[in-house]
Design a protein around this ligand. Sequence first.
Ligand code: MLT
Length: 206
Amino acid sequence: MRPQPDFIHEFVPGKSRRTLLLLHGTGGNERDLIPLGQELDPNASLLSPRGKALENGRPRFFRRLSEGVFDLEDLKTRTHELADFVVSAAEHYKIDPKEIVAVGYSNGANIAASMLLLRPEVLSAAILFRAMVPLVPERKPNLSSARVWIGAGSDDRIIPASSTKELVGMLRDASADVTIRFFQSGHELTSDDVDLAREWLTRSVD
Ligand code: MLT
């Protein structure tokens, strides 16, 4: 029996207790971020689902009405569905549910941020590359045991810096330990992002 609710996904068992939950960007799939996960932590298990919302045939984790304008009802439903998948995959693959670190890029970073806000118990930490405010939760979550690293591009035309900063404020207001780094780049991921995120993961989460 596969983890329910079902997602097409890859699972790569690791040698440590940590699992990286890899969440791809728009048009990606479950294989995209496996090399990134291995670069960030070669010992971690990797759990990498494929988003189910299709935009012109391109997988995403939730629907949007236009660029940067999200279908909030769909986002909420899909955030809970993904969180339920992670909980059931942890049981299925016998991974430690207290050591799950989301690693999301772009649309994947946005659903990871939404999971932090709506299902704070599921993730112990998150690395968010190019994230913005996904939604404003009705109730403030308690993120006092969550650590979050955010990598933003100062010339990103898709994710406004103001929205990334607003997300940092929301997470800190919910007591999360947040580190934000701005890079001189656009929406694309750079090797500096990966190097600093890996350093942070080794230093502050180990
Ligand atoms: C989103 O839709 O989550 C953001 O606009 C990033 C993206 O283009 O996927």
